[in-house]
Design a protein around this ligand. Structure first.
Ligand code: HEM
Length: 189
């Protein structure tokens, strides 16, 4: 049984329901063995400066730049001004490079914090993030061979896809923090 205060209420209720269905004590057969791993409840961020997690600090940049990239593509489509095609090239490149840096801090968190490493949701987030980074990298690399010609139609399509993927990655990252309380601090009350 998880010793985490967050799930004891729901856990007890589920145990009672299973006991009701199968008979006293049978619910133990269905306990999640992962919750018994040593360090399951150690979820505080370790990759942090003065307690502030580097991953949470750095992800804002690739998220914002991915939206900027799509916006610049739309403006180029609308106005035909080459400025926007160049702005999109820079936004795509910076979204990718800072995204890789953010992924590095996230990966360290995943590997070195036992309670984060133990949860499947953290690995799911990493998987979605790697898909996102592949699209960001492809979008940037494609533009390096002629940033103006690249925008329509494939550049803007890649940008639209990366906006969807960055939304999914950011939303899922938020779940890790707000629902699972991963990468947070245990010093407050
Ligand atoms: C392989 C790469 C990645 C791994 C392993 C990873 C892992 C994690 C982990 C463990 C957390 C929980 C908080 C923490 O421990 O700091 C988190 C949160 C988060 N991640 Fe990632 N991440 C990766 C890449 C990304 C990327 C590329 C983005 C977006 C561009 C992203 C967006 C977020 C967001 C928005 C949060 C919530 C932060 C908060 O609200 O404080 N992650 N990630």
């Amino acid at each position: 049984m998880a010793k985490d205060g967050n799930d004891t209420q729901g856990g007890k209720q589920a145990k009672h329901e299973t006991d009701d269905m199968l008979g006293e004590g049978k619910a133990d057969l269905f306990e999640d063995p992962v919750a018994d791993l040593p360090g399951f409840n150690q979820t505080s961020s370790r990759i942090a400066i003065a307690g502030h997690p580097l991953h949470a600090m750095s992800v804002a940049f690739p998220i914002a730049l991915t939206f900027c990239n799509f916006g610049a593509d739309l403006f180029y489509w609308w106005t035909g001004d080459v400025f926007w095609a160049r702005a999109a090239l820079w936004a795509a490149g910076m979204a990718f490079l800072i995204g890789v840096a953010a992924a590095f801090t996230g990966t360290l968190e995943l590997l070195f914090v036992p309670g984060i490493r133990a949860r499947a949701a953290a690995w799911t987030h990493a998987g979605i993030a790697v898909v996102l980074l592949s699209i960001l990298g492809a979008n940037w690399g494609y533009r390096l061979y002629g940033y103006e010609d690249a925008v329509l139609p494939y550049g803007i399509l890649l940008s639209a896809f990366s906006v969807v993927m960055v939304g999914a990655t950011g939303w899922h990252g938020g779940r890790l923090v707000f629902d699972y309380h991963l990468g947070t601090s245990d010093t407050g009350n």
